[in-house]
Design a protein around this ligand. Structure first.
Ligand code: HQG
Length: 188
């Protein structure tokens, strides 16, 4: 395909779209509906106005090759949203699901004292983010410092009434993980 951005440019565009679709649609004056969807043609027009190199082909390519499948297109093909990670007030509409026995959360060593006291908090996001494998948790945690992987006793939590959701791109979400459901893996 010709005229597609380089990998580096795609990372920059993906970061910008994550910012707009998860946290600050107002920087483009973009309207999201209450499930977080934006009209694709409007998004492209507003990005172009903001001097971003984006057209429909580039956007579709970005959605397709994005390593974490961060963005979803709706069934009409006219709308796009981030599949998880929001800080703005939208409702993704995922149905509660039974989680696997164990899920993983990667964090940094400096947060452990607080996590042991308060459990995992969702902080600025809508949910605590969990993964099905420790490798992903390592990648997530090392963004914050010396990585530590925590095991979450998800099935037991679920049996005790905690709700779990799985995003379109396979990230498990829950409101809060009390400390007694956490098992501390070995610091890496
Ligand atoms: C920590 C990325 C102190 C928590 C990733 C984390 C993920 C506490 C940080 C997604 C705490 C929040 C989310 C407590 C939790 N005391 N610290 N009681 N409870 N924390 O970025 O999970 O690349 O909001 O451990 O892949 O790191 O953007 O959450 O270290 O899926 O698509 O507070 O973001 O996805 O940090 O990452 P974040 P996260 P994208």
């Amino acid at each position: 395909m010709k005229n597609l951005p380089t990998d580096k440019e795609l990372v920059g565009l993906s970061r910008f779209l994550s910012l707009v679709l998860r946290h600050k649609p107002e920087i483009l004056e973009l309207q999201l509906d209450n499930q977080g969807w934006a009209d694709i043609d409007t998004l492209i027009a507003l990005c172009q106005k903001a001097q971003k190199t984006l057209d429909k082909a580039i956007l579709m390519h970005l959605v397709e090759v994005n390593p974490k499948k961060r963005f979803a297109i709706d069934e009409t093909g006219r709308k796009i949203r981030a599949s998880q990670g929001h800080s703005i007030a939208i409702n993704l509409g995922y149905e509660p699901q039974e989680p696997p026995e164990v899920l993983y959360h990667g964090t940094a060593q400096q947060f452990l004292t607080s996590i042991q006291k308060k459990g995992l908090l969702k902080q600025k996001r809508h949910h605590v983010h969990l993964s099905t494998n420790p490798e992903t948790a390592i990648q997530v945690g090392q963004r914050h410092g010396l990585v530590v992987v925590l095991e979450v006793l998800a099935k037991v939590m679920h049996a005790q009434g905690h709700l779990f959701f799985c995003s379109e791109n396979g990230v498990w979400l829950t409101d809060h993980v009390p400390a007694h459901f956490l098992v501390l893996g070995k610091p890496l």
